[in-house]
Ligand binder design. Structure first.
Ligand SMILES: Cc1c2[nH]c(c1CCC(=O)O)Cc1[nH]c(c(CCC(=O)O)c1C)Cc1[nH]c(c(CCC(=O)O)c1C)Cc1[nH]c(c(C)c1CCC(=O)O)C2
Length: 355
């Protein structure tokens, strides 16, 4: 039986009927649910304090610390869901890829993957490789009570971009050179990553996560025809792999205005939208049968309160006719964001949409 058929199953009583999960399923909600990508992290002084002297990837492998950091924004902002504190490169590290997260830079890979021989670095992920994830999700669901926990993973394209480039990249030139120059090696690389990602999401769902988000952050670098041919099969494989659990599957990328329909078609129940396309137009591009998540520009939070509320009001107005809407930013919380602005934003959305 899947978590979704059974409110008494792996889920806490009440979780199934939370505003967040109801909106994902396009059911009526008491208020528009809100959470923020990167709600845990550097915008919070309490995060900076507990992370002092602990490298990012090490912090991800300590269940008590993961639990504390995941709960920090929930306590502070009264958001409608928690997102598991981790990083998209955690499963790659767990299978032995030599990589690190450099502060202010992002993931850096020691031996980039560029040839068929390099593929041997990518072995299958087993639950034992990430036993700390199972433990932390268990601790978290106990603490969260009815509040849903969102699990997540990086999508094959975005993971491949870090692995092929060796680090963050503006133009993804090595990634695209491989994609266009050796389509079979590219397809094999993405297929391996799809299996690793699927296994990682399954661990989180089986431990109690109520929804999952696939982050394909950098896929907006591709034209639709290339996405359909060279990336969608692998992302669709991930969505199929977790379909039977019945938990909502969210699909997000940045700069994906031209890809929104395909992000849904890949197998998502909810499509995440950045701030460049208004939600009513995004709904036309995605088509019926999917909820939308988004899409306030994270930089708006640096403006005065009145301006934040005007812009958030515009998002809610554009979402008024949608079947299901989860309020979020169009990308992650920026590190210098005033956390009080986030708390006020949650309150504004809840109050304005209370039914
Ligand atoms: C592309 C990507 C990465 N990681 C992630 C993505 C997809 C989301 C997105 O598009 O923003 C996903 C991610 N990474 C992190 C989370 C935490 C959960 C949450 O959303 O609150 C999530 C969902 C923690 C983190 N991941 C990272 C931090 C900051 C490191 C720190 O606090 O020392 C956090 C809190 C590091 C990281 N990891 C990555 C980057 C680009 C960086 C930032 C580097 C920097 O500016 O220092 C790769």
């Amino acid at each position: 039986m899947s978590a979704n058929d059974s409110p008494e199953g792996t889920q806490q009583t009440g979780t199934h009927d939370s505003a967040f999960l109801r909106a994902c399923r396009r059911e009526p909600v008491p208020h528009t649910p809100v959470w923020f990508m990167r709600q845990a992290g550097r915008s919070l002084p309490e995060y900076r304090k507990v992370r002092e002297g602990i490298p990012m990837l090490e912090s991800c492998a300590r269940p008590e610390l993961v639990t504390e950091i995941t709960l920090q924004p929930v306590r502070r902002h009264d958001v409608d869901a928690a997102i598991y504190y981790s990083d998209i490169v955690v499963p790659l590290k767990a299978i032995g890829i030599d990589l690190d997260i450099k502060p202010g830079v992002g993931p850096v890979v020691a031996n980039p993957i560029r040839s068929r021989a390099d593929l041997a670095q990518l072995r299958d992920l087993t639950p034992e490789d990430v036993s700390y994830v199972t433990e932390a999700v268990g601790l978290l669901t106990a603490e969260l009570g009815p509040k849903p926990l969102i699990g997540f993973a990086g999508a094959p394209f975005t993971l491949a971009s870090y692995l092929v480039e060796g680090g963050p990249s503006r133009n993804h030139e090595n990634t695209k050179a491989l994609m266009y120059g050796d389509p079979q090696l590219w397809a094999d690389l993405l297929d391996r990553l799809a299996d690793i990602t699927s296994a990682f999401l399954k661990v989180q769902i089986e431990a109690g996560a109520s929804a999952v988000q696939l982050f394909d952050s950098w896929v907006g670098a591709l034209a639709p025809a290339d996405y359909r041919r060279s990336v969608m099969p692998a992302s669709a494989k991930v969505f199929r792999a977790v379909a039977d659990y019945g938990v909502p599957r969210i699909h997000f990328g940045v700069g994906t205005g031209e890809l929104l329909g395909l992000l849904g078609e890949a197998g998502a129940d909810v499509v995440g939208v950045d701030w460049r396309v208004p939600l009513d137009e995004a709904a036309r591009r995605v088509g019926p049968g999917k909820a939308l998540q988004g899409n306030l520009d994270p930089a708006v939070l640096f403006a005065p309160r009145e301006a934040v509320e005007t812009k958030a009001g515009e998002v809610l107005d554009a979402a008024a006719g949608l079947e299901g809407h989860i309020f979020n930013l169009g990308h992650g919380v920026l590190p210098n964001t005033d956390p009080d602005a986030l708390t006020r934003l949650v309150e504004y959305v809840h109050t304005r949409t209370a039914r």
